[in-house]
Structure formats: structure tokens, C-alpha cells
Design a protein around this ligand. Structure first.
Ligand code: NAP
Length: 251
């Protein structure tokens, strides 16, 4: 396979498992040096790095809670210190705390907003300085179809993921003149640890509403992210790309 991202340096947040892992592996396969960020799963992150190295790629695991402003600054600085530049930032880390509003605790709200939305402010603020200096950057934020269409039991998650879309469009306008693109990918249903506890009836309903009649694979999100990180996507900014088998247009 050709290595179109050779010479590029990427940070993928929440890359120890699920979609983030697939994104880190795909970017590395295309030649990027990848920082594999994780929060708690040190062993899983080490396995991702080992898998990338086994395929001839380069990767480094860096622990940081990206919902914490100071830790996000340290993560970005460590990435730049390790590889000398920063070209691609993928904001993928995310959590859910699903409850109906009458049962939702303030902590459930705050945690999801901090991890799924505030983390973007934290990492982008740190990365933008270097990308502006380079006059080059690709920022890709992982939203969700839930941020577009809403979902009962997920007011916190939907608000965060809709916030990701507003953040993406605004930052695209700010950073476009500096040669930096900012886009979002909105996955549909992808079997990972995050969706493992989804009630069976909700899973069935989502599949019935998906024209392609199946769940997606983490790799299919990674391909979309890798495209948005590529030279071919140089004229695309501020978009929200659903990768959902058609779910969001039908739901
Ligand atoms: P996952 O399998 O649960 O993995 C979540 C990842 O985020 C893990 O690597 C975890 O790290 C990391 N993480 C969590 N909190 C963090 C923090 N504070 N700082 C740094 N890393 C943190 O989830 P997933 O399904 O792959 O989801 C990835 C992204 O896609 C999320 O933004 C999610 O909202 C979005 N998404 C997923 C689906 C789906 O159907 N799966 C659909 C739409 C959107 P540790 O392992 O160290 O805890």
C-alpha cells in the first residue's frame, strides 16, 4: 500500500479501544506517526502500539485525561516533543452516561459534557498554535448521529455531540485562512464497548432504520477519518460526514 501520510504526525484521543484504535491503526498504515492517547487502558494502548509496529508503523502511547485542560496541553506538547510537529488531530475520546432526564444526575451531565465536548476545546487550543505556525493542519472531530437527530435517554450525549458540530464549523471558519481544515464524522451504530450495554430493542430499531440493514465497523469510520486527513480532502472543511449506513436520513 502507498503511504500518502508519510511524514505526517497524528494524535488520536481515546485510541486504546474501539473506533479510536481503528483510526490510529489506519493512519499508521497510511504512513503517519501516531500518538495513541488513552485514559485508563495502558495495556490496551500498548497493544495498539505493538500492532502498529508489527505492520512497520511508528506509534507512541501517551496517557492523558483529555477532559482536563492541563493534561490535554501536556499531551499535545508531548506529541510535538516526540515527533517534532503535529499535522492531524483526531478528537475521538468519548463516554456515555445514559439516563432519562428524570433520573440523570448532575454528575452524568457534567462528565459527558467534559469528556465529549470540553476536551475538544482543550486539545484544539493546544494544537492550533503549532498548526497555525506550520500553516497546515487537519482536525477531525468524532460526533454522532445522535448529535444530529437526538435520542431519548441521551440528552447529555446528544448535547455534547451537537456541540461538537457547532464547534467544528466555528473552528473551520477561524482556522481556514491558516490552511487548517476542521471536519466532523458522525458515526451510526458501531459495536464497541460503548454500545455493548445498548438495550436490544434500541439496537434492533436502529438496524431497522438503517437502509444498509447492518451495524458499521470501526474500520469504516477510520476510512472516513483517513480520507479527511488526506491531501485529497484539502478543499473540504466545516462538514459533518455521517458514516451510518443511511441511518440519520431515515430516523
Ligand atoms: P469505546 O470503545 O468506549 O472507547 C472509548 C475510548 O475513549 C477509549 O480509548 C477510552 O480510553 C477513551 N477515553 C474515555 N474517556 C477519556 C478521557 N477522559 N481522556 C482520554 N481518553 C478517554 O468507544 P467508541 O465506541 O470507540 O467511541 C469512540 C468515539 O465514537 C466516541 O466519541 C463516541 O461518542 C463516538 N461514537 C461511537 C458510536 C458507536 O456506535 N460506537 C457511534 C457514534 C459515535 P480508556 O480505554 O483508557 O478508557
Amino acid at each position: 500500500m502507498s503511504k500518502p501520510l508519510e511524514g505526517r504526525v497524528a494524535v488520536v484521543t481515546g485510541a486504546s479501544r474501539g473506533i479510536g484504535r481503528a483510526i490510529a491503526e489506519e493512519l499508521a498504515r497510511r504512513g503517519a506517526k501516531v500518538v495513541v492517547n488513552y485514559h485508563r487502558s495502558a495495556e490496551a494502548a500498548a497493544q495498539v502500539v505493538a500492532a502498529i509496529e508489527a505492520e512497520g508503523g511508528q506509534a507512541t502511547p501517551i496517557q492523558a485525561d483529555v477532559s482536563d485542560f492541563a493534561q490535554a496541553q501536556v499531551l499535545v506538547k508531548a506529541a510535538i516533543d516526540a515527533y517534532g510537529r503535529l499535522d492531524i488531530l483526531v478528537n475521538n475520546a468519548g463516554v456515555t452516561r445514559d439516563r432519562l432526564i428524570l433520573m440523570m444526575k448532575e454528575e452524568d451531565w457534567d462528565t459527558v459534557i467534559r469528556v465529549d465536548l470540553k476536551s475538544l476545546f482543550n486539545t484544539c487550543k493546544a494544537a492550533a498554535r503549532t498548526m497555525v505556525r506550520q500553516r497546515y493542519g487537519r482536525i477531525i472531530n468524532i460526533s454522532s448521529v445522535v448529535g444530529i437527530a437526538g435520542q431519548g435517554g441521551q440528552t447529555n450525549y446528544a448535547a455534547a455531540k451537537a456541540g461538537v458540530i457547532g464547534f467544528t464549523k466555528s473552528l473551520a471558519k477561524e482556522l481556514g485562512p491558516r490552511g487548517i481544515t476542521v471536519n466532523a464524522v458522525a458515526p451510526g451504530l458501531i459495536p464497541t464497548d460503548l454500545t455493548a450495554d445498548l438495550p436490544e430493542e434500541l439496537r434492533q430499531k436502529a438496524l431497522e432504520q438503517t437502509p444498509l440493514r447492518r451495524a458499521g465497523r470501526a474500520e469504516e469510520i477510520a476510512y472516513a477519518v483517513a480520507f479527511l486527513a488526506s491531501e485529497e480532502a484539502a478543499f473540504i472543511t466545516g462538514v459533518v460526514l455521517p458514516v451510518d449506513g443511511g441511518l440519520v436520513m431515515s430516523g
